[in-house]
Design a protein around this ligand. Structure first.
Ligand SMILES: *Cc1c(COP(=O)(O)O)cnc(C)c1O
Length: 370
């Protein structure tokens, strides 16, 4: 008998009656988008929750990142990690800039500042790092690189929000010039589709806000590069009802993470990469084939055969995406190339029944012994 499929995550779903009441309000106001009251309420609530920098709400993380890049006066080359979601690299290429790949740190799997420095040239105008599974990049080292070279520093913080405390401390440079957030349904805090930008720079914030609305600063006065980055009232309604569920979800995931780590602790060659600390977006294990006795892909296919749809986050490397293989240093990324064969995100969400954790651990252990 085949088990039902268990996915790596399950989006938080608010009560239908609460969403219904919000919808009724939208219908009676006849305002569905363009910075309505729900959009504005959600934007202020999120800004208060994040509590650093200037925050703007967008209709997805990818548009937010593209909007941000369009406002930073970039040219030539942008250094980027290959170990990320395709959008990080695609937005660079979409703006006609050249992505230059730099390698990652073997422990944190975030962009290596040393490799970024080595691959900086006179053509470099920015560097983009991704906070992997909520583990922050070396923001101090990258801010120093900005001081030395004048390049912009940008973070893909799609995995950053979550956990109990405000995630971003207020140390200089921790947001870089700008940090992108995602509120996609697969993220812990979601608005179905949604995204955001955070910056300490009030002038940049003003430009970002203009860029998400066709460049309009006033009626009939558009300017410069811009796009449609507006979040609708319907999305904001769901977001406002998801928000109060987040704290409890984080508690549930924290206890799941502890349970997973107990179950998986005695396996040489298997390491918990993320889930105990950081943002609670993903629970990721790393499998070293020679020590463990089987590859990550062996474990991945065993789990799938039992209905557990574990995910190889991130896979493939962005430097192996067709169309991106000719960008500089695409074939010179030894650390990232090893990591991309080792990481596996296990099913991880508050409503996941404990019995599944036991089964997942047994399937992994069976591979370990064979
Ligand atoms: C989810 C994700 C994105 C894309 O965000 P969207 O809101 O879906 O556009 C970008 N980068 C990373 C690292 C992500 O996990």
């Amino acid at each position: 008998m085949r088990q039902p499929q268990i996915f790596v995550t399950q989006p938080l779903a608010p009560e239908a009656s609460k969403v219904g009441a919000r919808m009724q309000g939208i219908l009676s106001r006849h305002q569905f988008t363009n910075f309505g009251p729900l959009h504005n309420e959600l934007e202020s609530e999120l800004a208060a929750r994040i509590a650093v920098g200037h925050f703007s709400l967008w209709n997805n993380g990818t548009n937010a990142l593209m909007g941000a890049l369009s406002q930073l006066d970039l040219s030539g080359q942008v250094i980027v990690t290959p170990f990320t979601f395709p959008a990080t690299v695609q937005t660079i290429a979409m703006l006609g800039l050249e992505p230059v790949f730099a390698d990652i740190d073997p422990e944190t799997l975030t962009l290596s500042p040393e490799s970024a420095r080595d691959r900086t040239s006179a053509k470099t105008s920015a560097v983009i790092g991704t906070h992997i599974y909520g583990t922050q990049c070396d923001t101090d080292a990258l801010w120093q690189l900005r001081d030395e070279t004048g390049m912009r520093v940008i973070y893909d913080g799609a995995h950053s929000l979550g956990q109990e405390q405000p995630y971003f401390n207020t140390r200089e440079g921790v947001l870089g010039d700008v940090t992108m957030l995602s509120f996609h349904a697969t993220k812990l805090l979601h608005t179905v589709e949604g995204g955001g930008l955070l910056t300490y720079d009030s002038e940049l914030h003003r430009r970002f806000v203009r860029a998400r609305n066709f460049g309009f600063e006033a009626e009939d006065a558009p300017s410069g590069l811009a796009l449609n980055g507006k979040l609708s009232e319907v999305h904001a309604a769901i977001g406002l009802e998801v928000l109060p569920l987040v704290e409890h979800e984080i508690e549930c995931r924290s206890s799941l993470a502890r349970e997973y780590s107990n179950l998986l602790s005695e396996m040489p060659g298997l390491k918990i990469q993320s889930g105990l600390g950081a943002s609670k977006q993903y629970f990721v294990v790393r499998i070293k084939e020679t020590e463990f006795g089987a590859s990550r892909d062996d474990v991945w296919s065993d789990l799938r055969a039992h209905g557990y749809m574990a995910r190889r986050y991130f896979y493939p490397l962005c430097s192996d995406i067709p169309g991106f293989t000719e960008f500089p240093f695409a074939s010179d990324l030894p650390v990232a190339r090893a990591a991309v064969q080792e990481c596996l995100a296990l099913p991880f969400y508050g409503r996941l029944d404990r019995s599944h954790l036991q089964s997942v651990a047994e399937i992994i252990a069976a591979r370990h012994r064979t």
